[in-house]
Design a protein around this ligand. Sequence first.
Ligand SMILES: Nc1nc2c(ncn2[C@@H]2O[C@H](COP(=O)(O)OP(=O)(O)OP(=O)(O)O)[C@@H](O)[C@H]2O)c(=O)[nH]1
Length: 204
Amino acid sequence: MDSSRKTVPVKLLVLGAHNTGKTALCVRFITKRFIGEYDHKKEVTYRCNRVVDQEAVELEILDLPFKESSAASLESSICWADGFLLVYSITQRFSFTEIPRLKTFIDKTKHGLGVPTVLVANKTDLEIGREVTMEEGQKMAKDLRCGFRELSVAETVLAVEAAVFQLIRLVVDQQRPLPDRRSYMLTVRHALSRKLTRSKTMQW
Ligand SMILES: Nc1nc2c(ncn2[C@@H]2O[C@H](COP(=O)(O)OP(=O)(O)OP(=O)(O)O)[C@@H](O)[C@H]2O)c(=O)[nH]1
């Protein structure tokens, strides 16, 4: 890693309905351990440093427990954050149907549609109690323009890390000047290859 490069601050907000495993996910990411029950039910900010794609990242993750918090306090947390993990439980349909409302509120507060967001479908170890299919999750993520991960916080730390890292990459990418963004480069590349295919077709 280039030591002259600056550390990138990244602030993530974890949101979702009650009991979806938001705290378990944060604790799993930070400590690598799954801890079944938590005493605290207030908001907590976790801090740690990670290296993502050779970029040093100073991470803050805010875990907001589900409660009837005022729109104003939710709004200020959304303004604070650079990226969002929206968590639902595959065993709790209500937590899934809540997601679009949250995403709309985030987009409205951030005044944009390209807000870095990853949708996390948790508790896949409880397959027998599944109420939301993976296809439904994938479709919602596509409709809301989010990344998507199905995982079990209880079962595997790697999938949790992959979800958080995916979100960090989206945030870091968005902070780059437009021509340096991976997403921008991909869009340009796709547009060029479409154009090339068209012009080849026209030759025939
Ligand atoms: N089986 C299973 N249980 C899980 C998983 N993740 C979390 N849980 C359990 O689900 C319950 C809720 O987890 P929390 O992390 O407290 O959920 P939360 O979303 O932070 O809940 P609020 O603070 O009420 O908003 C706890 O009993 C966890 O042990 C998982 O992947 N599988």
